[in-house]
Design a protein around this ligand. Structure first.
Ligand code: FMN
Length: 357
């Protein structure tokens, strides 16, 4: 069983890097492995001076700080996992600073490796031959955002005579806070991270299956993720980017609730239906048009055309009643929710939308 060294480069302890790295650690420990877990922002590691003194002496750095703790930890371990948030399509500065300070692990002598790639000859066996894996999380939608980072880590592994052991890449990472929006996918992502921890301490490599589990899309397309990101940041300004209040507010946003409702439209049951429902969210001043036509349901901005039905309500009443946290009947009879136009459509919503059934 291998000993895993986790080098964390995330300054934020409530974030997605921390959460996913914790799952990898859990998988490693559950499998019987040992883990040494180091948070780089908690250490004093200064930037490389580029003086090359370590290449002129026996590999001793002129800077006296916590870097020796890292060298010792790398020496003790069998596998290394770097965990970093994606910052400007690259690693966080904590990881970058650490990597620069690994210069004493190689010498000034340039050699060709087994792949005819010229590298500085490793000075000793501290990192040589060890598997190096990468975990990173990002805000944007596409895994393409990690392209530069992955290439960099592959080169770093090869440059140190180590092997690249795989990658756990998680775009749209803020959505991990909202498992309610995609329960199965987020459960698979978490399972993939746990499995990867087991693989690292047993085989020293992350399988493609678990890489794919972790990096799978949560939202069906970029435009939905962009809409949800807008909602997330709207409430983050009020409640902060994490915590119960933020969680509640995002999941009780009228636009998000209506988009989730639209997602449950049954194209078979609604294939001949044609109607528009205008939602007026009075306390927020928002208006959304839910349109059903040709077996497709969309949420958009209102047009000048008269809607089939208008539903007027405050945000709290609309979302709680649509989320079945309060009775729609009570909301209507108390006047908190008003229906104008074809109320028969309202009665049939359960037929067209599984979320409303
Ligand atoms: C300084 C900074 C730069 C960022 N750059 C990118 C970026 O280039 N691409 C991206 O998709 N997300 C970017 N993000 C978003 C983060 O990757 C995202 O918020 C991630 O969840 C942060 O990790 P954490 O949750 O562990 O804190 C950036 C965030 C910060 C703070």
């Amino acid at each position: 069983m291998k000993k895993l060294l986790v080098l964390r480069g995330n300054p934020r302890k409530e974030g997605a890097t921390e959460a996913l790295a914790n799952l990898v650690v859990k998988g490693a420990i559950d499998a019987g492995g040992t883990v040494e877990d180091i948070s780089l922002p908690d250490l004093d590691i200064k930037s490389c001076l580029g003086c090359f003194e370590c290449w002129l002496n026996d590999g001793t750095c002129v800077i006296k700080d916590d870097i020796a703790k890292i060298f010792a930890a790398i020496d003790r371990c069998d596998v290394i996992l770097f965990a970093t948030p994606l910052y400007h399509f690259s690693m966080s500065s904590y990881v970058k600073i650490l990597l620069e300070r690994l210069l004493p692990l190689v010498t000034n002598r340039i050699v060709e490796d087994a792949y005819a790639f010229s590298i500085n000859a490793p000075r000793n066996t501290v990192m040589h031959g060890k598997p190096v894996a990468l975990l990173s999380v990002a805000g944007l939608y596409d895994t393409k955002v990690f392209g530069g980072l992955v290439e960099t880590f592959k080169l770093i592994a090869e440059g140190h005579g180590a092997t690249f052991a795989g990658k756990l890449l998680r775009p749209e990472a803020f959505l991990l806070q909202f498992p309610e929006l995609a329960r199965q996918k987020i459960a698979e992502i978490e399972t993939g991270a746990i499995n990867a921890g087991r693989e690292l301490v047993t085989e020293g490599i992350i399988s493609q299956t678990n890489e794919d589990f972790v990096s799978q899309a949560i939202m069906p397309n970029a435009s939905r993720m962009i809409a949800y990101s807008g909602i997330y940041w709207e409430y983050a300004k009020i409640h902060g980017s994490y915590g119960e209040a933020q969680h509640y507010a995002v999941l009780h946003d009228a636009k998000l609730v209506l988009m989730e409702l639209a997602r449950t439209f049954d194209p078979v049951a609604g294939k001949d239906a044609r109607f528009d429902i205008l939602f007026e969210i009075i306390d927020k001043g928002d208006k959304f048009l839910l349109s059903v036509k040709d077996g497709v349901c969309t949420i958009g901005t209102p047009t000048d055309a008269k809607p089939s039905l208008t539903i007027t309500s405050d945000n709290e009443t609309l979302t709680k009643s649509f989320l079945k946290e309060m009775s729609i009947r009570a909301a209507i009879s108390s006047g908190q929710m008003k229906l104008t136009g074809r109320t028969d459509i309202f009665m049939k919503l359960g037929k067209y939308f599984t979320a409303a059934s």
